[in-house]
Write a protein that binds this ligand. Structure first.
Ligand code: HEM
Length: 383
């Protein structure tokens, strides 16, 4: 019996403490709520800050217009494109800021600049991987669902995406390198065409990277290279490197030597190249000796540019496959041949491919020419 009473009183005390707890929570909630109400009057309000009234009211279905039949999947089609455009905006914002950093005549190794540039490029690469994955969502729409509204969209097409074209132009895809250049801007309104033409006249990111690499300081400092003279024979590092590279090649690969000479030691920059020979030598040196602290960040920048190029290619690949599945071999709403045009762009629109090609001219770590002690110190974080 005693035992039972004890259990009961424990039960009551538990009930009262829970009640107290709830009353206290209610008081806190009501205080916070009234404080929030005053914040609402004076401070920033979520939906106003994000201007959600504009964004959430910007989905007007063509299939809902008078006399047409509502096509359920058109909403998904609009939302996907709008969200792509928002991310393109963010990417352009990041790329432009990196271009501003690299446009400086000198970037000090001791300043935050290179770290900031790399951090932002990495963000661009991360956004792009998400943009590839978003195709999965659109692929939940079947070709038959698409046909419910496709013909109402003509001649609109992603081909008219100014932000996508701006991104290509900012990164460094030039008009003469484009597949289907004859009609590349033909589907644009004159004011949009002008925007693209103006950007194409400016230096793109790849040119700024080229100039930054050309400025790499270590090769022409006689403290680092015994016997080197500016008016002397070829630089001792590259003499040794050529020997090591030559002996690394199989008999059937020897033809690469001619290409090595042409790419790395030409006096003039070939008009089809994005990188000059000076820049290429600097990039190869960075990639090979990237374990030295001072070369880590330049290496990460080169690597991230390659990642960006690869991810854009992956997006093109996923997009062309989706297009094939969605419209077969029919022409695009933007008037191109459709799948064939997109396949051509996928094959040829690589902006940073010259960094990928450096691999052809690399040798094993243990065969690399040894650097002088003075240069090793210079490439470290101090003595
Ligand atoms: C049902 C889905 C889609 C179909 C069938 C489709 C179809 C096409 C076709 C046929 C083209 C070639 C130009 C033309 O003649 O229209 C094209 C280009 C393009 N589309 Fe799409 N597309 C789809 C979804 C998307 C999405 C979600 C985006 C995201 C922004 C997008 C962005 C682009 C871009 C940027 C181009 C130009 C590519 C270049 O010039 O290299 N498309 N699309």
């Amino acid at each position: 019996m005693r035992n039972c009473f004890y259990k009961q009183s424990q039960h009551y005390s538990c009930f009262f403490s829970s009640l107290n707890y709830l009353i206290n929570r209610a008081k806190i909630y009501s205080r916070l709520h009234s404080e929030n109400l005053s914040i609402m009057k004076d401070g920033v309000y979520y939906s106003e800050y994000l201007q959600l009234d504009k964004i959430l009211n910007a989905q007007e279905l063509e299939s809902d217009k008078a006399g047409r039949e509502h096509a359920h999947d058109e909403m998904l089609f609009i939302v996907i494109h709008q969200s792509y455009e928002l991310w393109f905006k963010q990417i352009l914002y990041e790329v432009s800021s990196v271009m501003d950093i690299l446009a400086q005549p000198n970037i000090s190794d001791n300043s935050p600049d290179l770290f900031v540039a790399h951090h932002r490029l990495k963000r661009v690469a991360t956004i792009l991987t998400i943009l590839v994955d978003k195709i999965n969502i659109l692929e939940t729409m079947t070709p038959l669902d698409f046909l419910d509204f496709r013909n109402m969209l003509r001649p609109a097409s992603g081909f008219q995406s100014i932000q996508f074209k701006l991104l290509e132009a900012h990164l460094g895809l030039r008009m003469n390198q484009r597949f289907g250049k004859e009609y590349y801007t033909s589907q644009l309104k004159p004011e949009d065409k002008k925007i693209i033409e103006d950007v194409e006249k400016k230096k793109p990111l790849i040119d700024l990277v080229n100039e930054w690499l050309e400025r790499m300081p270590f090769f022409d400092d006689s403290n680092f290279w015994e016997g080197w003279k500016s008016d002397g024979p070829e630089h001792p590092f590259w003499q040794k490197y050529r020997e090591a590279y030559t002996s690394s090649l199989q008999e059937v690969e020897k033809f690469n030597l001619k290409r090595f000479e042409e790419l790395f030691f030409s006096k003039e920059k070939n008009k089809d190249w994005n990188l000059s020979s000076d820049a290429r030598r600097a990039a190869l040196f960075i990639v090979l000796y990237r374990d030295y602290p001072l070369l880590q960040m330049p290496f990460q920048i080169i690597n991230t540019l390659l990642e960006i190029d690869n991810t854009i290619s992956t997006w093109r690949f996923r997009h062309v496959n989706m297009v094939h599945r969605m419209i077969g071999m029919r022409t695009g709403t933007g008037g191109s041949t459709g799948k064939d045009y997109l396949q051509g762009a996928l094959n040829s629109h690589h902006i940073f491919k010259e960094f990928a090609e450096l691999t052809t001219f690399m040798i094993e770590r243990n065969k690399l020419p040894k650097l002088s002690p003075a240069l090793c110190v210079r490439l470290g974080f101090g003595k």
